[in-house]
Design a binder for this molecule. Structure first.
Ligand SMILES: Cc1cc2nc3c(=O)[nH]c(=O)nc-3n(C[C@H](O)[C@H](O)[C@H](O)COP(=O)(O)O)c2cc1C
Length: 158
């Protein structure tokens, strides 16, 4: 595995979803990010993400439902599978988090933030935490998040 090339401009969106809510939010992030032509946007289910996907992205968006006050197991599994090997190559990359929850979401957010702090990733946007059914408003927020991240990458801010 090689270290990240400076020319890498990949926005990696990792998601897990059981009943479709997080899936829809992650698609909205993808749509927003795709508005910036100079950035490659990759949206992958957490279970299919490998170490190279993490190493070769510049910016990472984790989209997770909250299950039992925590991130989805598939997101945790991704971190478990990759942490030791990729951690040295992750420092300084940018991240943002999107949470779909029933009525809370803070447990999922905090658990992900703790691990990303261990990776030494840099939080560059406030999280989107959405409770309840997906609404047009949260779809717009997620599109905006994706576009803002991609624009920041395009202009070399992240
Ligand atoms: C097994 C399970 C556990 C859940 N636990 C929580 C929880 O602890 N806190 C919360 O706010 N919502 C909880 N929910 C609700 C989900 O977070 C919410 O429905 C979310 O939108 C599901 O996203 P998904 O459609 O992408 O799977 C839970 C749902 C399931 C199925």
């Amino acid at each position: 595995m090689s270290a990240m090339e400076p020319s890498d401009k990949t926005l990696l969106i990792v998601y897990h979803s059981q009943s479709g809510n997080t899936d829809r939010l992650s698609r909205a992030v993808e749509r927003g990010g795709s508005r910036e032509n100079a950035v490659t946007v990759k949206r992958l289910q957490a279970a299919s993400v490998g170490k190279n996907d993490l190493v070769h992205c510049r910016t990472l968006v984790i989209c997770s439902p909250e299950y039992f006050g925590y991130m989805a197991g598939a997101i945790k599994d991704l971190f478990d599978r990759t942490y030791e090997d990729v951690r040295p190559m992750m420092a300084g990359k940018a991240y943002a988090i999107v949470i779909a929850a029933g009525n809370d979401g803070r447990g999922a957010l905090q658990s992900i933030e703790r691990i990303l702090a261990g990776f030494k990733l840099k939080k560059v946007q406030d999280p989107v935490i959405h409770c309840g059914p997906v609404t047009p408003e949260v779809i717009s927020r997620c599109e905006e998040l994706g576009q803002t991240l991609a624009a920041g990458m395009e202009f070399g801010i992240y």
